[in-house]
Design a protein around this ligand. Structure first.
Ligand SMILES: [Fe+2]
Ligand SMILES: [Fe+2]
Length: 328
């Protein structure tokens, strides 16, 4: 076969043929509930669904080529944090390098319903990273990114960014009224370690830039082993998934993590944000948790700019993006 004969394959999406004995609906339900967003990968073992379209991205890597020569050189100045709703943040280093965490999407199986009002923005970033394979964290194809570091464990350095990924486990027992973790048992997989299904694996990221240490908690469990805490060390800015429904962490779990890490700033995540997410998420806002804290700021935009000097003077300051979120 000659290269010119390679043509795109069009699939007709007849998934019933892929799973004898299951109707299309029951297949999706089983795949979705067992996989929590893993249905697309389940399907991909038998049909080429959801292939990456990154080769169609606009732009090129000129920006990255320019900055790679500066790797390892610390740069003083402001660190920018932009919130895209749910657990998605873009961090811009003082040197201008950008990294985006946990772009979200709807569950491709449909089993978990409609969570988001729009597809994740095709925003430009040097690096795109994901903490785990759940649909509300893994739309790594949507941002226009030069690099994708999916579930990276270990150390990574680029320009004036140093990122460390710590492997741990997802919260596996819903602390709130919505027992979403029970669905995994109903479909025959273990949510909790040591025999957890792979999508309940997690990577938590520590980002060091501009003299500030930012911990991206993801959906990690509240009680990781001692080695986890020892590896992380001091944290200046901590993101935590706490909402009024206590979908991932309860108020007490969040408060205990804050008490242990003693961050300067806490940023709530994984809550109902009316700009990006639907009530169908079953999530609620984080207002009650934030307002129960001794010191908090209700931010009036989706952007936050901080310098190491001002962060050093803070203590347990909650900074809440509320319903603000970038949409482009
Ligand atoms: Fe998750
Ligand atoms: Fe999540």
């Amino acid at each position: 076969m000659d290269r010119k004969d390679l043509k795109p394959t069009i699939l007709n999406g007849e998934f019933d043929k892929l799973a004898p004995g299951l109707s299309r609906r029951t297949f999706f339900m089983a795949a979705g509930a067992a996989g929590v967003g893993g249905a697309a990968s389940l399907l991909s073992t038998t049909a080429a669904q959801a292939q990456s379209t990154d080769w169609t991205q606009p732009g090129n890597n000129n920006n990255v080529i320019e900055m790679q020569a500066t790797t390892g050189n610390a740069v003083a100045g402001a660190v920018k944090i932009e919130y895209y709703g749910h657990c998605a943040f873009k961090i811009t280093s003082p040197g201008g390098a950008t990294v985006l965490f946990d772009p979200w999407r709807d569950d491709p199986s449909g089993a978990w319903g409609l969570w988001f009002k729009n597809p994740f923005p095709e925003t430009q970033t040097d690096i795109c990273m994901s903490t785990h394979t759940h649909f509300d964290h893994d739309a790594i194809d949507r941002p226009v990114s030069t690099m994708v570091l999916d579930r990276m464990v270990g150390n990574y350095e680029f320009a004036d960014l140093r990122i460390t990924g710590f492997a741990d486990k997802h919260a596996c027992q819903a602390p709130g009224w919505y027992n979403w973790t029970n669905a995994l048992a109903e479909f025959g997989v273990n949510a909790c370690p040591p025999d957890n299904v792979s999508h309940m694996d997690m990577v938590t990221y520590l980002v060091e830039t501009g003299g500030i240490r930012i911990l991206i908690w993801g959906d990690n469990r509240h009680n990781p082993p001692e080695e986890f805490w020892a590896s992380i060390g001091a944290v200046d800015i901590l993101t935590l998934p706490v909402d009024g429904s206590m979908h991932i962490l309860s108020y007490d779990m969040g408060n205990d993590i804050v008490a242990r890490l003693k961050p300067k700033i806490i940023i709530p995540t994984h809550y109902l944000n009316e700009t990006v997410s639907y009530t169908l998420t079953t999530l609620q806002d984080a207002d009650e948790w934030v307002k129960s804290q001794s010191s908090y700021r209700m931010l009036d935009s989706a952007s936050l700019t901080l310098e190491a000097g001002e962060v050093a003077g803070m203590s347990n300051e909650f900074m809440y993006f509320g319903h603000n979120a970038h949409t482009a």
